[in-house]
Every structure is written in C-alpha cells, then in structure tokens.
Design a protein around this ligand. Structure first.
Ligand code: ADP
Ligand code: ASP
Ligand code: MG
Length: 465
C-alpha cells in the first residue's frame, strides 16, 4: 500500500438515519482510491438514550427501560429498512438488542452500576451503527471490513474515560487494520469504544469517537484525519450561541487543542494530541454539504495542522465551557505560601480531579473544575488547612489565537467589550495563546455576543470564510 490511509470519522448526525448513511457512503466512495478507514459514532442521541437506559435500569424502573429499549430497537430497524434491508444485519441487530436487554435486567436485579457496566451499556450505540453503515457502504460498491474497536484500541482500566496505551494499540492496528487495508477492503470501526489488555470493553469519554479516529490516524501514519460533522468546520464560536459564527479555514494544532479543551464541542478535547505528535493534519468537514474531491479549505472545512497561515486578527475563536464550579481556597495561615499551594494540588491530585483555570493572590487561590463529583470530599480535605468556598453555575470563556503573543493590551479590550458583565477570574495561559475568563453561566450568551461582535466583525479572508 503506497499511499497512506485517510481516516474518516462520522459523528452522530452524520449517521442519524438511512439518508445520512447513504450520504456517508457517497463521501467514502469519493475517497476510495485513498485507502479510507471509516470510524462511526452511534446514531445521533443514541448514547444519551443509553445513559438514560442505564439510569432506568439502576432505579429498577422496568417500564421506562422497556420503553427506551423499544425506541432504540425501532430506530435501528427503521434505518436498516431505509437502506433496503439485509437479513444478516437484521439478525445481528436483534442479537445485540437481546444482549442489551439481558444487561439491563442484570443491572435492575443487582441494583448496581459500576463504571465497567456503564461502559458496557454505552458501547451498544457504536456496536449497532457500524452494522448499518456496512450495509450502506456495500450498496455504494465498496468492500467494508467490520473490525471490533474493543480489540483494536487498547486502553488502561479507567472505565468511562479510559486512556489509550499506544504501544499495545499499535500492535493491534498492525495486526488487524493494516492487513485489511492492504487487502483493498475499507476497515470500518465503531468510535468511542476500546478495550483493556484483558479484553474488557472501555470507552474514551463522551464525544470520544473523534479521539478514536485520531488514535487510529496517528498509529496508521495516515495522510489525514477527517472529522465529518454537522457544521462547516471549526467556527469562530459555537453557532448555537453566536448566529454570526464564521468558518475558520486553517488553524494550528495548539490553537485548536486549546479550543477543544475549553469547550468547543466539535472536537473531543484529547483528539489533537495524537495527531499533533504524529504530524497528521486533521480536517473538520460538514457531511451535509460535502463537495467531491480532496478537502480544500478555500471551499469547505477547517484544516488543523502544525502551522496555520498568519493573520492580523488577534483571536481565531471563542469557546466556552459551561456549568463549571469555582473553588476558592483561603489560607488560614497555617502553612507557608509554597506549602499552601502544594497542599492544594495534592488534594486535587489525590481525587484525580483536573483543574482547568487557576488564579492566586497572597492569601487565596481560586480554581475551576468541570466535574464536581468529588467536590464534597475535596472540600473536606481542603477544610483541614483552609477555608473553602464554592460557586456553581459559572462558565469559562476562552479566547484563542497565536497572535495574542504579539498584541499588547488585549485583556483591556476584552474587559471593555464585556462592559458591566461581572468577570470573576481571568487568566492568560502559559502557552500565551489564550485568555480565559470566568463569568456567571447565565451571562454566557450575552458575553459571547459582545466578544464576537467586538473581535470578529471584520475578518481576514485568508483565514476566515
Ligand atoms: P458529532 O456528533 O458530529 O461529533 P458534535 O455535536 O459532537 O458533533 O459537535 C458538533 C457541534 O459542536 C456543532 O453542531 C456545534 O454546535 C458545536 N460547536 C461548539 N463550538 C464550536 C465551534 N467553535 N465550531 C464548530 N462547532 C462548534
Ligand atoms: N456516541 C458517543 C457520544 O455521544 C461518542 C461520540 O459520538 O463521539 O458521546
Ligand atoms: Mg462529537
């Protein structure tokens, strides 16, 4: 196989029904000569419904569970019928639904839902959808080869947010994916799913199919990774919050990674790490508005690569991470300043709780966390040497751009644009490519509008569409 592969990931909306799957097959057929590897998400909303199903099972709410299960079954059957039907696939779907039914009854009977069992329930979306996509690819004249992602991507045992073990995964990719490609088949895998060394199923965290594609792209030394979704690319802001958001034609790995980490849902936060390390460019593309031929930022999509073209705009994009908690830790002067910081970090590390933003003063440290599940324990532990106050319903706004390094006075312009809106914390990242602000979650739409209007009304056509 002379040319490196192209890894193509299709998100939930790009496989939401039979019509979307047929469109997917047309897009993959267009890449047939480029050795495509296809990674698919669960059909849109299915993973949310599986989470509801797990909750209903845990509450032994059999009626709700049966209803959810029935709806999922009907949706997949309908999609298969829309693709023209296929007896073997129909049987495979029913087999999986029987397995899911057993699992749900088991959870209800035991009244317990461990991370491992939750992952087992959540896995069904990405085990079902590839069965349907295989039918669509065959109908488009391609030769898909379905692979079990749980055997290809090897992770640690952190169920619900497992981390890849690259050396082990490389061996599996060499053994399972590369030969399929060499054989002229189109390897097809469910995203989001992986497995431990012992073969127990794990997941890569919500939205993790992007990460699956990037891991595969890196391990295959792909020529590019394509993330097909429901928007035209990475936009200057979430279009759900800013009607005037514009497409970014090209952006650097660093900038895009910062945005993904600080809430740009279009990419799972870990997606860019493997791509960046292996230097494989990532494209974000709209499956509902695709054009034949290789991606071309002038017409469609966003190219994410090591270097992005220079622009005069200070920022490329604003993202927001909503419903976070600000924890304020106030020294009771029992510890020296340096001991105080270390003691705080130790508490968060012990509880494996990532901290996103920090600002410090002489006597207090404010920090933000996205997942408050360990907060009661953390507050107890901190309470032994400090006073602790928590504020919920907060949000981080993140303005990103490499030019920030060379543009003095930007923070002042940001504050001026926000006017009377209250800013609780501010930080300029050590990477010097982002300014982070914490505001009340209720103020997010207004703050986004104001910042977007201030910094993105006149844009450089070399970088923005
Ligand atoms: P998929 O199911 O294809 O993975 P997601 O819903 O996970 O799609 O991600 C796409 C969504 O991300 C878009 O519909 C958009 O609302 C949201 N989004 C948030 N920030 C951005 C941004 N800066 N650019 C583009 N999309 C964004
Ligand atoms: N289906 C999973 C989710 O909704 C993974 C993904 O779509 O990327 O979280
Ligand atoms: Mg996604």
């Amino acid at each position: 196989m002379a040319t490196p592969a192209v890894v193509m990931k299709f998100g939930g909306t790009s496989v939401e029904d039979a019509a979307a799957m047929r469109r997917l097959a047309d897009i993959v057929a267009d890449r047939a000569s480029e050795h495509p590897v296809v990674v698919v998400s669960a059909m849109a909303k299915v993973t949310d419904q599986l989470a509801e199903l797990a909750a209903a099972a845990l509450a032994a709410n059999r009626e709700a569970a049966a209803e959810l299960l029935g709806a999922l079954q009907a949706r997949h059957r309908e999609a298969l019928a829309g693709l023209g039907g296929d007896a073997d696939t129909g049987a495979a779907l029913e087999h999986l639904f029987a397995e899911l039914g057993d699992l749900v009854r088991g959870i209800a009977a035991v009244g317990e839902l461990t991370g491992r069992t939750r992952d087992a329930v959540m896995s069904f979306g990405e085990r079902l959808s590839p069965l349907l996509v295989r039918v669509a690819l065959r109908r488009a004249g391609l030769r898909p080869q379905l692979l079990d992602a749980r055997q290809v991507i090897v992770t640690d045992e952190q169920f619900t947010h497992a981390l890849p073990l690259y050396a082990e995964s490389q061996r599996q990719v060499d053994e399972r994916v590369t030969p399929a490609l060499a054989d002229g088949a189109v390897p097809l895998l469910g995203g989001f799913l992986a497995g431990t060394r012992q073969g127990v199923g794990t997941t890569l965290g919500r939205g993790g199919s992007d990460f699956s594609a990037a891991i595969l792209g890196a391990l295959l030394g792909a020529q590019r990774i394509e993330i097909w979704t429901d928007v035209d690319g990475m936009l200057t802001a979430d279009p759900r919050l800013c009607a005037g958001a514009r497409r970014i034609k090209a952006i650097s790995f660093q900038e895009a990674a910062e945005l993904a980490y600080f809430g740009a849902k279009v990419l799972h936060p870990s997606t860019l790490l493997p791509a960046m390390h292996s230097g494989v460019p990532v494209w974000v593309l709209n499956s509902r508005a695709w054009l034949p031929g290789p991606p071309d930022g002038a017409r469609t999509g966003t190219r994410i690569a090591t270097r992005a073209p220079k622009t005069t705009a200070p920022f490329k994009c604003i993202s927001c991470k909503r419903r976070i908690v600000v924890v304020e830790v106030i020294s009771t002067r029992m510890l020296q300043a340096h001991g105080f910081l270390k003691a705080i970090w130790d508490v968060f590390a012990e509880h494996r709780c990532p901290v996103d933003m920090v600002s410090t003063s002489e006597v207090s440290v404010s920090l933000t966390i996205a997942d408050p599940s360990a907060l009661p324990d953390i507050a107890d532990a901190l309470g032994k040497f400090a006073d602790v106050r928590c504020a919920g319903r907060q949000a981080i706004l993140c303005l990103v751009g490499e030019n920030l390094r060379d543009t003095p006075g930007l923070a002042g312009q940001v504050f001026a644009a926000l006017g009377e809106l209250n800013v609780r914390m501010i930080s300029q990242g050590a990477s010097e490519i982002n300014i982070g602000l914490v505001v009340d979650d209720d103020d997010v739409p207004e703050a986004m509008q104001r910042l977007h209007a201030r910094f993105f009304s006149e844009l450089d056509p070399a970088v923005f569409a």
